[in-house]
Write a new protein. Structure first.
Length: 242
């Protein structure tokens, strides 16, 4: 166990875009950072980039959709640092859920709503500790289809809406207890992110898509302000607006 007097953020579903920007943003403020993702082969580069700027970080491997793996990784992070103060949930959306909303089947809807289960599981692993201390935060990242009708996204819109509603309802329940919950709702492609990179490398499967790109460092600033100001349950960043 490497206990720390610093506050600790767990970044679940960390990737090269917003996840790492959130890690750097909180690390800049003196937080120790526990990274969790299912791609352990990328952890060395992530840890190196944080170490280069003096951020104390450790990485753990888990598929967020596997409850046993997720519990093991969160427990390992807590054992390593001795505490957890903030949880950021940012696993990539399942693009396979996208499709014409008018052809959505009951099975598709069931699959879409199950995509929110890991977020609830993650929160349940952190809330007892936060409740005991009367402080802490849960931060979520979701898509603009949760607030703006986007028929081609089909089940993805259902999953985004469910995640958003979960986050803002948590905010209402937890705010009186001194615990923050909130979500950043994002309309646009995130620079350096896996989806953005996939579209650049092989645009054909995505069709004729021309979507504005968002700077993940600026988005991470928004996440930081959400948590520290605690004035709102949501920030909407819409680069798709005309």
């Amino acid at each position: 166990m490497t206990s720390t007097s610093a506050s600790v953020i767990v970044v679940l579903g960390v990737g090269p875009g917003l996840g790492m920007s959130v890690a750097h943003r909180f690390g800049k403020e003196g937080y120790a950072v526990a990274l969790i993702s299912r791609s352990a082969d990328r952890h060395a580069d992530y840890l190196s980039s944080l170490a280069d700027v003096g951020v104390d970080a450790a990485a753990f491997t888990a598929d967020a959709a596997d409850p046993a793996q997720l519990r093991s990784a969160v427990n390992a992070a807590r054992k390593h640092y001795g505490r957890i103060d903030v949880g950021y949930y940012g696993p990539a959306a399942m693009m396979s859920l996208a499709g014409d909303i008018t052809t959505l089947s009951a099975a598709d809807a069931d699959s879409a709503l199950r995509d929110v289960v890991p977020a609830v599981d993650f929160a349940s692993l952190l809330l007892p500790e936060f409740t005991d201390r009367g402080d802490g935060g849960l931060l979520f990242a979701g898509g603009l289809s949760s607030v703006v009708p986007m028929p081609p996204l089909g089940g993805l819109a259902l999953a985004s809406a469910a995640l958003r509603n979960y986050a803002i309802t948590l905010h209402a329940a937890l705010q009186p207890k001194g615990i923050y919950a909130g979500t950043i709702t994002i309309g646009g492609l995130i620079d350096r992110g896996d989806i953005h990179r996939a579209m650049q490398a092989s645009p054909d499967p995505f069709g004729s898509v021309d979507v504005a790109t968002l700077n993940p460092d600026e988005l991470a600033d928004t996440v930081w302000r959400l948590y520290t100001e605690r004035a709102s349950a949501e920030a909407v960043v819409n680069a798709l607006a005309a």
